[in-house]
Design a protein around this ligand. Structure first.
Ligand code: DAH
Length: 335
């Protein structure tokens, strides 16, 4: 004979179950915990099913009473769960919001973006203008030999430029180039004319530092070799370039002397009422052409060398060349 169950027993069990469920639900802190509880209580194999399984042993007229009580329990548990779930979710959300709070009043940490140094932007501007005139860009080494820096450029043995006063010699016979003109020679070695090339770069001289001198400075070399080039081409090119860079400033050519050009000239622009020298130039000396194996009867050309610092200082109204090298943030921020 199977064990008997009374209505009272089952009702007590349901009562107990409900109290136990209410406690567990109140203690749950996550949605998963609540779901586990729901399955454990109301699921197919849950505790409620367990109690109801015994209902069959009651007399027929008592069963509906147990069923009704079970329905009340079920509804009660479900509503407690819904309530608790809302509370648990709300707490989780509040916690997340607190963790993700952005203090929009906090002072920003600011890293200023970098930008082009004025010497670089000036060089780029010069290069752009010549590129627009059909010139290619080439570069040469800053450590040179006597041949490229001097002799190939027709600079004689006892020329003052070779003096220890002017040139940094490296002891092994090499030297720091004193101008960008050696790139003329290097370029012609590998590029037969016609050529149109510019060479920007750093140059070195044993100069004492003052407002207008620095032992390291920058030049842009210009070289054009072709058939039939004469001084009018030089003059036209230089004038066009200067007008593009400075606008409509008065320009003048002064006769001068460089060993690698004949005739030679220095070019001044009038700026704020003063004549300022901005470059040296001239027709490539036949001796330089011959040295490169070029027939001066067929080929002629012009060359120019300009100081980037001068262009930069005029463009920006800078009074002292040292400002370009001292990396003072307050100065650099203006460009
Ligand atoms: N190399 C010269 C210097 O540094 C500048 C120069 C003058 C370059 C005349 C040239 C030129 O190409 O034709 O003083």
């Amino acid at each position: 004979m199977s064990a008997t169950v009374s209505l009272q027993q089952l009702t007590d069990q349901l009562e107990h179950l409900e109290a136990e469920a209410a406690q567990a639900i109140a203690a749950a802190t996550t949605a998963t915990e609540l779901e586990d509880l729901r399955v454990g209580l109301l699921g197919k194999k849950g505790k409620l099913s367990g109690v109801l399984g015994a209902m069959g042993k009651l007399p027929g007229d008592e069963r509906p009473l147990v069923g009704q009580r079970a329905n009340v329990l079920k509804e009660q548990v479900q509503s407690l769960m819904a309530e608790r779930l809302a509370a648990v979710k709300g707490a989780a959300m509040a916690k997340r919001i607190a963790a993700e709070t952005l203090d929009v009043t906090a002072p920003a940490s600011f890293t200023p973006p970098g930008h082009r140094h004025p010497l670089i932007s000036t060089t780029e501007e010069i290069v752009d203008i010549f590129a627009g005139l059909g010139y290619r860009v080439s570069e040469g080494p800053e450590i040179e030999t006597d041949y490229y820096n001097f002799s190939a450029l027709n600079i004689p043995e006892h020329h003052p430029a070779r003096d220890m006063q002017d040139t940094f010699y490296l002891g092994d016979g090499r030297l720091l180039r004193t101008h960008t003109s050696p790139v003329q020679i290097r370029y012609l070695e590998t590029n037969p004319p016609p050529v149109r090339v510019i060479a920007p770069g750093r140059v070195y001289r044993r100069d004492a530092v003052d407002a207008t001198h620095s032992p390291v400075f920058h030049q842009v070399e210009v070289l054009a070799i072709d058939e039939g080039l004469d001084f009018t081409h030089l003059r036209g090119t230089v004038t066009t370039f200067l007008q593009r860079f400075f606008g409509d400033l008065p320009v003048r050519f002064r006769a001068s002397y460089f060993p690698f050009t004949e005739p030679s000239a220095e070019v001044d622009v009038q700026w704020r009422g003063r004549w300022l020298e901005v470059m040296g130039c001239g027709m490539v000396d036949p001796a330089v052409l011959t040295g490169m194996g070029l027939d001066p009867e067929r080929w002629s050309g012009f060359a120019a060398g300009l100081g980037v610092e001068r262009f930069c200082m005029v463009r920006h109204g800078i009074d002292d060349i040292r400002r370009l090298y001292t990396s003072d943030q307050r100065f650099l921020d203006q460009f």
